[in-house]
Design a protein. Structure first.
Lengths: 545, 330, 445
């Protein structure tokens, strides 16, 4: 096979951080190459150089055997390179077709929308997409947006396609559909680079795997001869135990009980629709669901940041509806939400670690004392830096200057140091490398052993299955069922995420999500929901079989 | 009726000044840049237009020269203001609000200083008039044809700059809405990273939009000096106030050039209400007149509140307005 | 092959700098001010028909020639500084209050009302009343846009701007009402001097100076070390984070903007009761805008604002003095231009603080390998300049060393001093705090 792209000693640095160092490998025509590496290993940076977002400090990129100079995305487009970025590059208020034709050579001043729509239809038919050319992007779902991104790249006649973490926001079923499309494109002679850190995907879709570790190129291997373990070892650089620990802990009383809760999102639509569940001390309850199906609204409502429509949130028998966020914090409920940009909620990026430590406690000294107690916060910061091995020059470094993993350690560490009895944590390992992720899992397990109830909103189903005791699946704000993590499969959760399987429908007569020893008195007390879930589970599996 | 006509005609001229300022600013803001230097650019345009007309009149009486050169000078002066703003905000990535305010400060300074400098250098004490040029700019169909009916008075009695403003607005509407260039420009204001990834030269577009926008704002100053003041130079605070009203009008028109047309006339009608209250059989004393002059600003505030109540996506400001773009920022 | 790629490489690229040292930042700003001064002098030389030395003589005279000028100069410095300080807390919260002028005017109007109508009051009573009135009026004037910002997310930039013009019209109406048939409003209470701030010694503006300097220090502490200041910086960083931490963001924003307006109102009080004894629509001039740039260019540091105010006012006062002595073609707007030049240099130099330029590898390689040749090829002034730069580098290094050595000495001296006075107490407290913290953190319990 001919070589499409060749990297020769490509190096890129940001300030003192080396993102890529002497990367050497090639991509052949008509092959799917997986670019594997942990978060922060420089995969995206490398591909951004191919797409003209960054310019390499040293080294060459060869396209079809010739040295290419890609100074801007426009140059990349001339070399027929197209990239689908992880954060979609789409204009919200434009229609699909407007987004597709954006930036093409303006030879025809009055651009022909109809012809463009027709060509989009053709591309869709060829590879099996569905895109409505006249739909505005702000009305699209995540998977629709991604499809549009791929169509946009194909419309420009890209021969080399780069997909950055394409499945991060998709359900397993949607991912499979995407992989079929990718295989179609490969059959069409296109070269495809998939950036990912999910090993199963690598094994199922790619021809070869190139591995990066901390910016350095490690090796390229044939997928056929690779295994999950061998890839991980290369990716991490040491033997890694991939099993997430799930310590057995005696379940305690229900700490947080949620009944018939409905919440509206910013647009005024129901984000959480009549949801009931509870968390016991000493258990981790996972929440699975595709992006934007109400997880954020649920977390915000529990933390008192969002008004609810109806229903009740009970903490140890006391309703926390209408409480101020500060009062809820004082109740012992800690919430940490890692948004996509990782810095939006929970941390003040330009402030130092010390200042971020006292975010929730700065008012704790005497009310008449106008000054903040920085010394105490500094001690706390230094302690966390030591215990969680946060890599930072000092406790006075602005959080913004830390790498992603360290930022999250600061956030999660602070939340846990407040000694809560309920921890609500959303995407705590978003963007972390494997070792840091396991550190976070360990922290959560420690808390679980201490009898804390943990609500864990996650995006990686493998992690949810490994870490959580029970998993609640949401689809468009509705509960599709609560399953025991050790008795379910990824496929089943996937079906529930898309709404194809509804366990609450299977057994309509039973009340879901109500604890037998509930603190809410007017509900039937003799109800043993633990058992019922088990029963449903068994029946559900039978039906599947 | 006659009193309404005089109110209307003064408002149309005044409104055109605001309209030019607002149109220039709409173009600038569509590229994602909030330029608070509009008053400065209007002032620069006024100064350049006046100075070139005044100096040319001493040398020539050729109407074509007197018509074209001040027009070009005013546009170029405004565009220069836009260029300065852009060099600082795009190339040097300085804060947009701060740079805009500094431009207003410098523009007002250069305009006022230069205007008086020219007047004094020509041997006048404090006031001079570029009357020949002004009369060319004030030539109207109504005057040439001797029409005196109310319709002609209301709609045909203005110099060409007044009509040019409307034409500019319509052309801007067509470019922004119907052409690829407009699509590209709008995408930059919404999300420069997207536009960049799509292969659009973001820097080039930003420069062009801001420079042309500045030039259009400069024409507002030209209108003010040569038509409204009939060629007379005054260091009027009202230019600055008009510049700010232009910024407000951009919001009032929800970034749509066609809305700016009627919006500007409405603003001007409100501005001159205090001298034309007799249309409604009202009479104001000095103190009341002072208070009535608040009207355009009060209305702007009301509109501001009203617009923030509406949440329609298409009426929101460009999403990246006020944020500088640096490709390598993550 | 290699060369081909390098030829096409972009000539110059920019990269973000990491953290920069205080010395580097100061150095860049000083260089910028130096060049701005050169530029402004060149402009003045051109229009005023004077020599370089004459211009600098008049510039310096403008601030220092006699005691009246000096007093006037320092008063202007203090008032500009006060407005800059006033706007700072709001800016730090990313609330663009460009209505400083209006808030000053309203404060001035409140003072004027007291001075005009309160003829029966005692002197101190009138001063205190007008002081309170002006602060409250300025605060409320600023709080109105803040409330709309918080409740409806109305654009505060334009709202505060429009409030300027409403304030101007209110002042104009009051003046027209008070002056009656006279052609202009006379100074208030010229016969009784009722409500006038007393002078300290022979310094008419002594009180203003002391007050503003005290406010500078207080504001520094307020922003840096108090709970309020902490809240302000968190809200400015991220509204979401502030809410998440349980802060009452509505109250914090309104309170902070009120403070901002109140200090502007205080400035209006100083104008009327301490300096002009009169109100006009142009009482604060364009300080509302200049102050924004002063506050921003000083990176919100009150002491930086003090230095910048001194330089700005020097430039404007000096230029006006040059205008007075120049041939008759100049006017007072000349000062707008020289100060404007200064403003743009200050804005532009931030680029060199935040970014660094990277020249393409060809150029860089030439520099690296043929530095000898280049050294000979480049004109003499370049090498001269390089020597100057090296000299400055050496100076900075020496100063740095001196400071660090002496700081260490000072520290040990202070520690010794405190140990003598209170031998063991502070230590015990420290130990306690640490123990408490350990209990609180308790991750590995």
């Amino acid at each position: 096979m001919e070589t499409a792209i060749k990297f020769e000693n490509v190096t890129k640095t940001f300030g003192t951080i080396v993102a890529n160092k002497d990367v050497n490998f090639d991509v052949k025509k008509g092959e799917i190459l997986a670019l594997l590496g942990e978060n922060g290993s420089g995969k995206t940076t490398l591909c951004n150089m191919l797409a003209g977002i960054y310019y390499p400090d040293h080294g060459n990129i060869l396209i079809n055997g010739e040295i290419a100079t890609i100074r801007s995305p426009h140059d990349a487009y001339r070399y027929h390179i197209g990239m689908v970025h992880q954060h979609f590059k789409l204009v919200d208020i434009f229609t699909a077709v407007e987004n597709v034709v954006l930036g093409l050579d303006p030879k025809d001043y009055k651009f022909d929308i109809k012809a463009a729509s027709k060509r989009i239809k053709e591309i869709c038919d060829k590879y099996g997409f569905e895109v409505d050319p006249n739909k505005k992007v702000y009305n699209m779902s995540v998977s629709e947006k991604q499809t549009l991104e791929i169509v946009k790249v194909l419309y420009r006649g890209a021969d080399i396609l780069i997909l950055d973490e394409p499945t991060a926001v998709l359900t397993p079923q949607e991912s499979d559909k995407l992989f079929n499309v990718i295989r179609n494109m490969k059959a069409d002679g296109k070269s495809i680079i998939i950036i990912t850190h999910k090993l199963q995907e690598v094994l199922s879709v790619s021809d070869r795997v190139a591995i990066l570790r901390k910016g350095a190129y490690i090796d390229t291997v044939e997928t056929a001869s690779a295994t999950t373990q061998s890839l991980t070892d290369m990716m991490v650089g040491q033997k890694v135990d991939l099993n997430i620990e799930r310590p057995k802990v005696e379940h305690d009383i229900p700490l947080l009980e949620i009944r018939d809760l409905s919440i509206k999102n910013d647009e005024g639509a129901l984000a959480i629709d009549n949801v009931s569940f509870y968390i016991r001390g000493g258990e981790i309850l996972g929440i699975a669901g595709i992006a934007g199906c109400g997880q954020k609204e649920l977390c915000e409502a529990i933390a008192g940041l969002r008004n609810i429509e109806s229903g009740d949130i009970n903490h140890l028998g006391k309703s926390i509806i209408g409480m101020k966020p500060k009062e809820i914090i004082d109740e012992g409920i800690a919430m940490s939400f890692i948004p996509e940009d990782r810095l939006g909620m929970g941390l003040a990026p330009s402030l130092s670690i010390t200042d971020n430590m006292m975010l929730k406690t700065y008012k704790d000294n005497a009310w008449y004392n106008p000054f903040v107690d920085r010394k105490r916060a500094r001690n706390k910061a230094n302690r966390l830096i030591k215990e969680l091995e946060i890599a930072t020059p000092s406790s006075e470094t602005p959080v913004r200057r830390l790498s992603g993993g360290n930022v999250q350690k600061v956030l999660v560490g602070r939340e846990i140091s407040a000694g809560p009895n309920v921890i609500v944590t959303a995407y705590p390992v978003r963007g972390l490398d494997i070792n840091s992720s396991y550190l976070i899992y360990n922290i959560l397990n420690e808390q679980k052993k201490k009898g804390v109830g943990v609500l864990f909103v996650g995006e990686d189903l493998d992690v949810l299955l490994g870490l959580c005791d029970k998993i609640m699946v949401l689809c468009h704000g509705k509960v599709m069922g609560v399953v025991h993590a050790d008795k379910t499969t990824k496929e089943e959760i996937g079906l529930m995420m898309t709404g194809s399987l509804d366990l609450t429908e299977v057994k309509k007569d039973k009340d879901f999500g109500i604890a037998k020893d509930s603190f809410i008195e007017d509900k039937p007390v003799d109800f043993n929901s633990e058992e019922i879930i088990d029963k449903f589970k068994e029946e559900g599996v039978k039906e599947d079989e | 009726m006659t009193s309404f006509i005089s109110w209307w005609t003064s408002a149309v001229v005044f409104g055109t000044v605001i309209m030019y300022g607002a149109l220039g600013e709409i173009l600038t803001e569509k590229s994602g840049h909030l330029n608070l230097g509009v008053p400065g650019m209007v002032f620069l345009g006024a100064f350049a237009g006046f100075a070139s007309a005044f100096l040319l009149e001493q040398k020539t009486t050729n109407p074509v020269v007197l018509l074209l050169i001040p027009l070009i000078c005013a546009f170029a002066a405004g565009a220069l203001g836009g260029l300065i703003y852009n060099f600082f905000t795009v190339t040097l990535k300085a804060n947009q609000n701060v740079t805009g305010l500094a431009l207003t400060y410098l523009g007002v300074g250069i305009g006022s200083f230069g205007g008086q400098y020219v007047v004094k250098a020509a041997g006048y004490e404090t006031f001079a008039r570029a009357s020949a040029t002004s009369s060319i700019y004030c030539k109207s169909i109504a005057k040439l044809g001797g029409l005196t009916d109310p319709f002609s008075k209301m709609f045909l009695s203005y110099g060409f700059l007044i009509y040019l403003a409307i034409i500019v607005a319509v052309i801007m509407f067509i470019i922004l809405k119907k052409t690829r260039v407009g699509l590209n420009l709008r995408s930059i204001g919404e999300s420069p990273a997207t536009a960049d990834a799509a292969g659009i030269n973001v820097t080039k577009y930003k420069y062009l939009a801001t420079i042309i926008g500045g030039g259009i704002s400069g024409l507002g100053g030209l209108t003010y000096v040569l038509i409204y003041c009939q060629g007379g130079w005054m260091t009027a605070n009202s230019i600055e106030a008009l510049g700010w009203l232009a910024v407000a009008l951009v919001i009032f028109s929800t970034w749509k050039p066609l809305n700016a047309i009627w919006g500007s006339y409405l603003f001007a009608l409100l501005y001159w209400f205090y001298t034309n209250a007799n249309v409604f059989h009202m009479e104001f004393n000095v103190v009341q007149a002072d208070l009535v002059q608040m009207l355009p600003y009060l209305v702007t505030i009301l509109v501001l509140i009203f617009i923030s109540l509406r949440k329609k996506k298409e009426n929101q400001p460009p999403a990246s307005l006020g944020l500088n773009y640096f490709r390598e920022d993550r | 092959m290699n060369n081909q790629a390098i030829v096409k490489e972009p000539f110059v690229r920019i990269k973000r700098r990491g953290t920069t040292s205080f010395l580097y930042r100061s150095f860049v700003r000083i260089v910028a001010i130096f060049f701005a001064m050169l530029f402004a002098t060149a402009f003045l030389e051109g229009v005023a028909d004077m020599s370089f030395s004459e211009i600098w003589k008049y510039l310096i005279d403008g601030a220092t020639v006699n005691s009246t000028t000096r007093q006037e100069y320092w008063k202007e410095v203090m008032l500009l500084l006060l407005i800059s300080l006033a706007l700072t807390p709001a800016f730090k919260m990313k609330f663009w209050n460009i209505g400083g002028q209006g808030q000053v005017l309203i404060g001035a109007l409140a003072t004027s009302i007291v001075m005009f109508y309160g003829k029966g009051m005692s002197n101190s009573g009138m001063i205190i009343t007008s002081f309170i009135f002006s602060i409250v009026a300025g605060g409320i004037w600023a709080a109105i846009p803040a409330i709309f910002k918080v409740k409806l997310n109305a654009n505060e930039t334009l709202f505060t701007l429009m409030m300027n013009y409403i304030a101007i019209q209110l002042v104009a109406a009051s003046i027209d009402a008070w002056k009656g048939k006279a052609s202009a409003l006379p100074q208030f209470n010229t016969d009784t001097r009722l409500g006038y701030l007393p002078s300290i010694g022979d310094n008419t503006y002594g009180i203003i100076m002391i007050c503003v300097l005290v406010i500078t220090v207080i504001l520094y502490l307020y922003m840096k070390h108090t709970k309020h200041g902490y809240e302000v910086s968190v809200v400015g960083e991220s509204l979401k984070t502030a809410k998440y931490a349980g802060m009452n963001t509505t109250w914090i924003i309104v309170r902070t903007v009120f403070l901002s307006g109140a200090l502007c109102g205080l400035c209006g009080f100083f104008y009327v009761a301490g300096s002009d004894y009169l109100i006009s629509t142009s009482t604060s001039g364009s300080y509302g805008f200049t102050a924004i740039i002063v506050s921003w260019a000083a990176s919100f540091n009150p002491f930086g604002m003090l230095i910048l105010s001194i330089i700005m006012t020097f430039m404007s006062k000096g230029t006006l003095n040059v205008v007075n002595y120049a041939s008759n073609t100049l006017n007072q707007y000349t000062a707008y231009i020289t100060v404007g030049i200064l403003l743009f240099f200050l804005i532009g130099c931030e680029f060199f603080i935040q970014y660094r330029m990277v020249f393409n590898s060809k150029l860089q390689a030439k520099f690296d390998s043929n530095s000898e040749k280049i050294h000979k090829a480049i004109p003499w002034w370049f090498s001269f300049w390089k020597k100057v730069a090296d000299g400055i580098d050496a100076c900075i290094a020496a100063v740095q060393k001196w400071i660090s050595v002496n700081l260490a000495k000072l520290k040990t001296a202070l520690i010794k001093l405190f140990k003598k006075n209170a031998p063991e107490q502070p230590k015990e407290e420290e130990v306690e705090a640490v123990v408490k913290d350990e209990k609180e953190v308790g991750i590995h319990d």
